[in-house]
Design a protein around this ligand. Sequence first.
Ligand code: NAP
Length: 287
Amino acid sequence: MITGQTKLLGVIGYPIAHSLSPVMHNAAIAHLGLDYVYLPFSIQPTELKRAIDGFEAIGLQGFSVTIPHKQTVMPLLQSIAAIAQAVGAVNTIYRTEQGWEGTNTDVAGFISPLTQMQRNWQHTTAVVLGNGGAARAVVAGCAQLGCAQVRVVGRNPQKLQSFLASWVDSPLAVNLSVHPWQELPQLIPQADLLVNTTPIGMNPHPTASPLSDSDAAHLQPGTITYDLIYTPNPTQFLQQAQTQGAIAIDGLEMLVQQGAVALQQWLQQSVPVDVMRQALKQHLKLP
Ligand code: NAP
């Protein structure tokens, strides 16, 4: 029940109607019996500064940030955590005595299911498909895991070069190289971890995959394949991987875990990750 003392959390984006964050955060808040509510805010890019000032005025406790504000919000904050600086994007903002601090929980969300696995990451090669915003969190995650090599595959040579250049002075030590899509047949057999960060295969195109069938045939049994997409579940990419005997991780866990880290930051207490996962599965009608 919303009372006169209910504390406010939320998410900003444009558009925002598709966001799943209210589902998982409000489920966790209800489970914990806290007097909080998590609301979606549709904020046009031109209104971003006014919105942040307004949040200050109404005493919002903290908020998530999604497309298209993850970078543009950064100059409006009083401080930015080192991990968000390394990624170049903020997805979570919370109050400090000095003002708003931005951080990035996508990195922790991405590595969470990987750290549960018994692997010697220092000897692994990661191949990352795509060089957009999510790929930045994945590269930072691979650096945190300590992967020996990270190979980023993209379709636009200029974007690939600027992606590479953006990591040169990064505080995160990462052995990064960039590759055109045509090199996939040589790269896939070297991959201990293969991550799809492109939207290829996302609903409403569930039969599409970033890998052709001949690319997929190069996958080795035991390779960890990870699709950041969470609908459909499993994606065509993960189905191809499983056919080859590879291990499959879907994007739902990253979504849940990045949300859990953010909620923990706002509430300063542990949060029910299972409740958040179940709420999302129910909402998405997943088994
Ligand atoms: P983005 O910034 O637009 O980046 C998308 C990347 O995919 C770009 O490098 C783009 O290449 C590439 N790409 C798109 N279509 C392609 C195609 N047909 N062939 C080859 N490459 C293609 O998007 P994003 O924010 O990184 O998000 C990417 C995906 O990750 C989305 O499906 C999103 O839902 C998912 N995601 C999931 C989570 C989670 O928590 N599970 C979190 C974040 C994102 P160009 O640069 O050449 O255009």
